[in-house]
Design a protein around this ligand. Structure first.
Ligand code: S3P
Length: 438
C-alpha cells in the first residue's frame, strides 16, 4: 500500500477507558536484534515490537547471515554469530523509515571486513547523517553520503578503527549509540560526552550482554575487543506509544486508563514530567525492574490541563513525545511554550512545522519558532490534516479528535505501522471512534 493512501477518519468526542498494553519498545527491540546477532549463543527476546522499523533491523541481520526465528507473538530467537561472524550482504540493505537502524548500523558496519550500502524511504533519505559520518571518520571509518549529507550510506569495510573521545554537539542517543557500536570494533577506548542525558538503552543492554561500559556523569566509555554473551530480553511496552493514550486520557473528560508494563527508564519519562506539570493525573504503579530496565503500570485519569513553559532539560527525555504533548497543550488553558527543541525539525518529518500546520487547520493558535512552538490552548475544530508520513503525528491528531468539535481526517497514515501496529484497533477498543481507509 502506498504511504499516502491510508487515511484515518476520527469522530469527535468520547473518552478512553480500560487496561491497555501497547506494543514493545522500539529502541529496545532494535538493540535486542543487534546485540543478539553479535553475541555468542542464542538470545531469546519476548515482547519484541513487530513494527516495520524493527523488522528492517531484523532483516538487515538476516541479510548478513544471521539465523533468526520469528517474530511470532513478539517472540524472536536469535542465533548469535559472534562479533566477527557477520557475512557480506548480497545487495544494499533497505531500512525503510528507520533512522535508528541507519544511524546505529552505520557505526556497527564501519567495523566489518566487507562493504555495505544502506538505503531508506523518501523521509529517511532526507535525514542528516553527517552527525554520525563525521565522528566515524575521526575513528578511521569511511562512510560516503550524498553531497547534502543524506542517505544512501556507502560504508567501506576492512578499515582499522581507533577509539576517540567525542563531545556530541547535540543530545542524540542515536549518535552516541552509533559511536559506541563502532567502538566495539575499535582499538582502545571510545568515549562519548553528551550535552544532556539521552536514552541509555545501548549502555544498559551492552552490560546485560556482559560487555563492560562505564558511565561517569555525561561521559560514556567502552573499550573495543570484548565479546557479547547471549541473554534473554523481555521488552517492555513503549512509553512513546503509551504517550498517545496518556494524552488522550488526560484531555478527554471521563477517561480512566491503565497502561500495563510500560518502560519507565529515567531517560524516557520526560512526557510524564511535562504532563504532570500541566496538571495531568498520572500515577506510576507496581514499579519493578525487568532485564535491567525499570517497568511500571501507568494510571491516567482526565484532568484540567494548563499551559506551561516546558523546561529545556526535559526535551531530550521526551524527544519523541512532542507531537502528542502539543495536542495536550492545544487542549490546555493558557499558553505553552517550547524552546530548545530544534531536533524536532529533523525527525521523520519537521515535527514543529507539520504539527503547527495541522493545529492551525483545527483552529488552534500554534506559532512555530526556530527551536520550538508557542501554543495557545483553546477549542479544537475539525478538518483534514496531513501527517506527512510521520507515524507520531498521525496518532497525535487521532487523539486530538477526543476534544474536537467535528471529524478529523488524517492523511498519509501508513507509517503508523513503523512503530505501532494495531494502533487503530487498540484505540477503538479504548473508546476512540476511528476508522481507516485506503
Ligand atoms: C532513538 C533515539 C532518538 C529517537 C528515536 C529513537 C534511539 O533519536 O528520536 O526515535 O533508539 O536511539 P535521537 O537520538 O536522534 O534524538
Amino acid at each position: 500500500m502506498s504511504g499516502s493512501s491510508l487515511e484515518f477518519h476520527v469522530k469527535p468526542g468520547g473518552c478512553l477507558k480500560g487496561v491497555l498494553r501497547v506494543p514493545g519498545d522500539k529502541s529496545v527491540s532494535h538493540r535486542s536484534i543487534m546485540f543478539g546477532s553479535l553475541a555468542e549463543g542464542t538470545t531469546e527476546v519476548t515482547g519484541f515490537l513487530e513494527g516495520e522499523d524493527c523488522l528492517a533491523t531484523l532483516n538487515a541481520f538476516r541479510a548478513m547471515g544471521v539465523t533468526i526465528e520469528g517474530p511470532s507473538n513478539g517472540r524472536v530467537v536469535i542465533n548469535g554469530v559472534g562479533m566477527h561472524g557477520l557475512k557480506a550482504p548480497s545487495a544494499p540493505i533497505y531500512l525503510g523509515n528507520s533512522g535508528t537502524s541507519m544511524r546505529l548500523l552505520s557505526g556497527l558496519f564501519s567495523g566489518q571486513s566487507f562493504d555495505v550500502e544502506l538505503t531508506g524511504d523518501a523521509s529517511l533519505s532526507t535525514r542528516p547523517m553527517k552527525r554520525v559520518t563525521e565522528p566515524l571518520e575521526k575513528m578511521g571509518a569511511e562512510v560516503v553520503t550524498t553531497e547534502s549529507g543524506t542517505p544512501p550510506l556507502k560504508i567501506k569495510g576492512g578499515k582499522k578503527l581507533c577509539g576517540i573521545s567525542y563531545d556530541m554537539p547535540m543530545a542524540s542517543a542515536q549518535v552516541k549509540s552509533c559511536l559506541l557500536l563502532a567502538g566495539l570494533y575499535a582499538e582502545g577506548q571510545t568515549c562519548v560526552t553528551e550535552p544532556a542525558p539521552t536514552r541509555d538503552h545501548t549502555e544498559r543492554m551492552l552490560r546485560g550482554f556482559g560487555y563492560p561500559v562505564t558511565t561517569e556523569g555525561n561521559k560514556i566509555c567502552l573499550t573495543g575487543g570484548f565479546s557479547l554473551k547471549a541473554t534473554t530480553i523481555d521488552v517492555p511496552a513503549d512509553i512513546s506509544s503509551a504517550t498517545f493514550f496518556m494524552v488522550g486520557a488526560a484531555i478527554a473528560e471521563g477517561s480512566d486508563v491503565m497502561l500495563d508494563h510500560v518502560g519507565i527508564n529515567p531517560t524516557r519519562i520526560g512526557v510524564i514530567n511535562i504532563l504532570r506539570e500541566m496538571g495531568a493525573h498520572i500515577e506510576i504503579l507496581n514499579e519493578r525492574e525487568i532485564g535491567g530496565e525499570p517497568v511500571a503500570d501507568i494510571h491516567v485519569k482526565a484532568s484540567k490541563l494548563h499551559g506551561i513553559r516546558i523546561p529545556e532539560e526535559q526535551v531530550p527525555l521526551a524527544i519523541d513525545e512532542f507531537p502528542a504533548i502539543f495536542v495536550a497543550a492545544a487542549c490546555a488553558e493558557g499558553e505553552t511554550v517550547l524552546t530548545g527543541a530544534e531536533e524536532l525539525r529533523v525527525k521523520e518529518s519537521d515535527r514543529i512545522q507539520v504539527m503547527a500546520d495541522g493545529l492551525q487547520i483545527l483552529g488552534v493558535d500554534a506559532k512555530p519558532t526556530p527551536d520550538g512552538i508557542v501554543i495557545q490552548g483553546g477549542k479544537l475544530g475539525s478538518g483534514t490534516v496531513d501527517s506527512h508520513g510521520d507515524h507520531r503525528i498521525a496518532m497525535s491528531f487521532a487523539m486530538a479528535a477526543l476534544r474536537a468539535q467535528g471529524d478529523i481526517l488524517i492523511r498519509d497514515c501508513a507509517n503508523v505501522n513503523t512503530s505501532f501496529p494495531g494502533f487503530v484497533d487498540l484505540a477503538r477498543s479504548a473508546g476512540l471512534t476511528i476508522s481507516q481507509e485506503g
